[in-house]
Design a protein. Structure first.
Length: 487
């Protein structure tokens, strides 16, 4: 029989692990995390392609409660990041709370609690559900004629076969986002030849990845204050300069970004190649790509940039619209993610039977990114309109979770049974966000994963300071207890 206050966390990536640790600190004992894969780590578990790294500086990409003096590079590799999350989860003893191989399939709000079902069957009832399902985890496999008939290996970058090294192979990379750029930078040295099929050019900020010298790491180990100061410095730079520049709050910093990107592409020697690599939209409209290796790699004799659209995939290679056929052993789909699905295809049914798919039929909508009307005690880390620009997701997730903890506390103390934001509060937030986003560079005319199927830019359109400020504490007037007796 279910007794006590039960919390379900969905997803054991960076934000799910954080939620488990913070819930344990807050004294919540009955917490279960459902993870569809057989390991933790989310995006850093899934992305194993050559060159994978984080483009947020390592010392700024860490949990506030687990600073790490041991980062070896200014930008940590995927492997190092996965090791960090694993180590923290183990040290804080939360792995035992994770049920691996449980894909969350449905949740139904019944008698004041969420009844959850996973791929391994019904899991009972929970008072609160916290979704920590990330943004970049539903790979987009493009619909290109003939893809299924390709004789060689074809796979998405987030499904990299463990034994695939690309050594000596003829490789096609489809897509030119952050992933493709990192991959090309790392792979051309080992492939026989590599063709990058680019649909849209990208602005690329040069970002040399230096080693953090062992003496500096020693200093961070010995002096936590030096480590904290490093975080503050990097974080300030990221939030005050970079993030503010992108949302049109720091024109001077934005001008510097533009200058740096333009100067970078100007280093490409061949004018024709340079022209093909130069975007025709504003810097920052798509998520800015960071790489110091890409331009050099694409200019190697064994590399080629293809801009003719793909007509179809043949058993032995790729045919472009100009009729040219190139033969390949491997096709890598660096085609990105469906960032608007969140925790779906999970079916979420609120009190009265309305589903989240119905509520979000027009667009994904949230109140302050963490909750949505009609779905009480259902709280989201990284919900719609979260800040998804070029800064630390961990900082976003922790800020949201502090707020969520305040909501959970109210339910746990019995001050509310079924807490949800009021519809008018969400409408107010959504209307303000939609208006403000029009002034950002994201809405200046390009295709990007920030934009939903209706053309709406679904990212926090203000500064990060404002995000931290409005999420400091809930304004209870914007919430209602949907099970409270009507007075
Ligand atoms: P992405 O930025 O969405 O890029 C996908 C690429 O695939 C785009 O170039 C897109 O072209 C192309 N594409 C999609 N469908 C296609 C089709 N049918 N035919 C031809 N081209 C197609 O995806 P991503 O590179 O995986 O990056 C996603 C996000 O992950 C990044 O923005 C970043 O937030 C994160 N990430 C970060 C790092 C890092 O920290 N360094 C590394 C990798 C990823 P269009 O541009 O024309 O749509």
């Amino acid at each position: 029989m279910d007794t006590g206050f039960r919390i379900a966390v969905i997803g054991a990536g960076a934000s799910g692990i954080m939620a488990l640790i913070r819930l344990a600190e807050a004294g919540y004992e009955d917490v279960v995390c459902f993870e569809k894969a057989d390991d933790l780590g989310g995006t850093w578990r899934d992305n194993r392609y050559p060159g994978v790294a984080c483009d947020v500086p390592s010392h700024a990409y860490r949990y506030s409660f687990a600073p790490n003096p041991d980062w070896t590079h200014v930008w940590a590799t995927g492997e190092e990041l996965l090791a960090y999350f694993r180590e923290v989860a183990e040290r804080r003893d939360v792995v035992r709370r994770i049920r691996f191989g449980h894909e969350a399939l449905s949740a139904r709000f019944e008698d004041g609690r969420w009844r959850l079902e996973t791929s391994q069957g019904p899991q009972g009832a929970f008072d609160v559900v916290v979704t920590a399902t990330g943004v970049l985890h539903h790979p987009v496999v493009p619909e290109i004629e003939g893809l299924q008939d390709f004789r060689g290996r074809a796979f998405h970058t987030a499904r990299w076969p463990e034994d695939e090294t690309l050594e000596g192979k003829r490789v096609a990379v489809i897509g030119s986002g952050s992933t493709a750029t990192q991959l090309v930078g790392a792979a051309t040295g080992r492939t026989a030849r590599l063709s990058l099929f680019q649909r849209t050019a990208q602005w690329i900020l040069p970002l040399p990845n230096k080693e953090i010298p062992p003496e500096r790491r020693e200093e961070f180990r010995a002096d936590p204050e030096a480590l904290a100061a490093e975080y503050d410095k990097l974080n300030r730079r990221q939030v005050e300069l970079f993030a503010a520049a992108i949302v049109n709050e720091n024109p001077g910093a934005y001008a510097k970004l533009v200058e740096a990107c333009e100067a970078h592409v100007a280093t490409v020697a061949d004018p024709e190649l340079r022209a093909r690599l130069t975007p025709d939209y504003q810097v920052g409209c798509k998520r800015l790509v960071m790489s110091s290796e890409f331009y050099e790699a694409i200019q190697r004799p064994n590399a080629e940039l293809v801009v003719d659209p793909i007509r179809r995939i043949l058993p032995g290679g790729i045919e472009t619209e100009d009729g040219v056929v190139r033969e390949f052993d491997v096709i890598v789909l660096a085609t990105g993610f469906d960032t608007h699905r969140f925790f779906r295809p999970m079916r979420v049914e609120g009190p009265g039977g309305a589903t989240l798919d119905e509520a979000w039929a027009e667009a994904n909508r949230s109140y302050l990114t963490v909750a949505t009307p009609g779905f009480p005690n259902w709280f989201m880390i990284g919900g719609p309109s979260s800040p998804i620009g070029n800064f630390s997701w961990l900082m976003t997730a922790e800020t949201q979770f502090d707020y969520i903890l305040a909501l959970i506390g109210r339910v746990a103390r019995g001050e509310a049974r079924a807490l949800a934001p009021r519809a008018e509060a969400m409408d107010r937030f959504e209307a303000a966000a939609r208006e403000r986003v029009q002034d950002t560079v994201w809405a200046s005319g390009c295709r990007s994963w920030y934009i939903d199927r209706n053309g709406h830019v679904a990212s926090w359109p203000w500064t990060f300071e404002r995000f931290a400020d409005v999420l400091r504490a809930p304004d209870w007037r914007d919430f209602e207890d949907v099970l409270a007796p009507v007075e």
